[in-house]
Design a protein around this ligand. Structure first.
Ligand code: NAP
Ligand code: GDD
Length: 345
């Protein structure tokens, strides 16, 4: 019997990589996507063609839905009767969460509760549940952050995710549901959303490399992040649900870099060296070859409250799940640039 997985947030970065991984493991995958005024399936189009439209035996199905809609979620879970649910759906942008705090709480916090309640009431099968928690929950706690680090979120996103994280633990302990959270540090890929910093940097660097008239407008250059590759991280999601008992795990590379270092790496890859001038919101980056401004700090991208340093320690995952990241930051940057070079050809 093929296992059935239900994935929320299927149209997002991780949704694509997780669906690809589960389909390659012979799962039947059901994805929940939101209705939008324009079609936003571009990441999963290829998978849909291969595993639904052109397949003799179909194994990839899409359903309209929204984690803010209890009826929709409970009906889908009853109908699909999945073995595993991966909750990737979220308003996942930290800065946007300051502008849409109530919606973020509803989707990222209460959305988790809605799914857990449906699982609790589901009688046909014991469903395993994975929640995509985040290193943003650590907020101002000092690195390296582990499973036992104090949670101190600094954004509406972090607070909403902490509710989702905690309610997952509460349902596990109160009702014996196989429910667990991966505390995911930043992970990127060529399919990363365009308003996240790595993708934004890569897009701008390639534009400059091609046309020489692009300036990267950027926020906090000194923020430190632990960046991994989404492909490694989704494998871990699956591993966690194959364990005998549910537990939470930190998933990270254990290495960290500043935003400025990420910029330098990216441009250097394209043969462009940067000289920095000025301080704080007056800082600029010049192309060493021709003195052109290619990076400029813009206060617009500062956050009302910033998480300065994230660096995890995923030794529990290494020991108990035999998981470790396989793609280095240099490989990630290279892959993102090569993808962008093809796109902007
Ligand atoms: P993403 O690219 O922003 O994808 C988010 C997905 O959630 C999209 O498919 C989005 O649909 C969907 N979604 C948003 N609101 C929804 C709602 N109300 N109902 C149903 N679906 C909704 O994010 P990602 O990078 O793949 O991240 C996946 C999950 O991991 C998220 O929960 C994120 O918070 C968490 N996480 C990510 C990272 C990271 O570094 N990537 C780190 C820690 C945790 P649309 O396409 O329609 O917008
Ligand atoms: N997005 C963005 N845009 N970030 C910028 C910019 C900019 O122009 N300039 C500097 N930054 C800084 C942010 O202030 C932050 O410190 C860092 O770059 C990373 O920003 P994002 O790429 O937006 O990611 P994030 O760390 O806020 O959140 C991501 O990782 C979390 C896990 O730690 C998202 O994927 C979240 O969904 C995820 O939970």
């Amino acid at each position: 019997m093929k296992k059935i997985a239900l994935v929320t947030g299927i149209t997002g970065q991780d949704g694509y990589y997780l669906a690809e991984f589960l389909l390659s493991k012979n799962y039947i995958v059901h994805g929940i996507k939101r209705r939008a005024s324009t079609i936003n399936n571009y990441r999963i189009d290829g998978l849909y063609k291969k595993y639904y439209e052109k397949a003799k035996v179909k194994s990839f199905f899409l359903h309209y839905g929204d984690v803010t809609d209890s009826l929709n979620i409970s009906q889908l879970i009853t109908k699909i009767n999945p073995d595993e649910i991966y909750n990737l759906a979220a308003q996942s942008h930290v800065k946007v969460s300051f502008e849409t705090p109530e919606y973020t709480a509803n989707a990222d916090g209460l959305g988790v509760l809605r799914i857990l309640e449906s699982i609790k009431r589901h009688k046909k099968k014991k469903i395993k549940f994975y929640q995509a928690s985040t290193s943003e929950m650590f907020g101002e706690s000092k690195p390296p952050q582990t499973e036992s680090t104090y949670f101190a979120p600094k954004s509406p996103y972090g607070a909403a995710k902490l509710y989702g994280h905690w309610i997952t633990k509460i349902y596990r302990e109160s009702y014996g549901i196989f429910a667990c959270s991966g505390i995911l540090f930043n992970h990127e890929s060529p399919l990363r959303g365009e308003t996240f910093v790595t993708k934004k940097i890569v897009m701008s660097a390639v534009k400059y490399y091609r046309k020489k008239n692009e300036i990267l407008e950027i926020g906090n250059l000194n923020a430190v992040r632990d960046w991994g590759h989404a492909k490694d991280y989704v494998k871990n999601m699956w591993l966690m649900l194959q364990k005998k008992f549910p537990q939470d795990y930190v998933i990270s590379t254990n290495k960290s870099y500043t935003v400025k270092e990420f910029i330098e790496k990216t441009y250097k890859f394209l043969g462009i060296n940067i000289i920095w001038k000025g301080k704080k919101d007056k800082e600029i980056g010049l192309d060493k070859k021709n003195n052109k401004i290619i990076v400029r700090v813009n206060k617009k991208y500062f956050r009302p409250n910033e998480v300065e340093i994230l660096r995890g320690n995923s030794k529990k995952a290494k020991k108990e799940l035999k998981w470790k990241p396989t793609i280095s930051l240099n490989q990630l940057v290279k892959e993102m640039i090569e993808y962008e070079l093809k796109l902007q050809n």
